[in-house]
Design a protein around this ligand. Sequence first.
Ligand code: 5GP
Ligand code: ZN
Length: 149
Amino acid sequence: MSACIFCRIVTGDAPATKIYEDDAVLAFLDIRPITRGHTLVIPKRHATDLDELDPAMGATLFSFGHRLAKSMRRTGLAADGANLLINDGRAAFQTVHHVHLHVIPRHRGDTLRFAKGFVLRRPHDTERTAAALRSGLDRLAEEERETTA
Ligand code: 5GP
Ligand code: ZN
């Protein structure tokens, strides 16, 4: 079994609350969220850091992060924005050495709440949060179908 916790999540050998997956990427809730809905998007294939990551995979990773950030504005979370962030390397405080894109929902005027979340890092109502995120992705797909119809 892999020593990498995110690889174990990919194979189902470690638990995670999954939001989305396809052949290339997996998105799941961060176990210590800064804000409600804080999600990690990872390549399914292990890459330790950006040096090891195939650039096409980097584009795929960001493309889904972009989609997820847009969808967060369409969920019960009603985000007004999002922080998208990669901590690349120990020098940048990377603690899990499998590349991951943080997608962190933000709300207008949430600075104090964000600061508190940054310190406490407590999970919120995991299953309802995951359901809201999944429904946001569904709603985004529906909107896209309507605009191309
Ligand atoms: P970074 O490496 O960018 O500093 O952050 C790693 C992130 O992974 C942290 O936000 C941390 O809470 C999250 N994390 C660490 N271990 C696990 C885990 O086993 N499951 C999940 N869902 N998240 C994790
Ligand atoms: Zn890994």
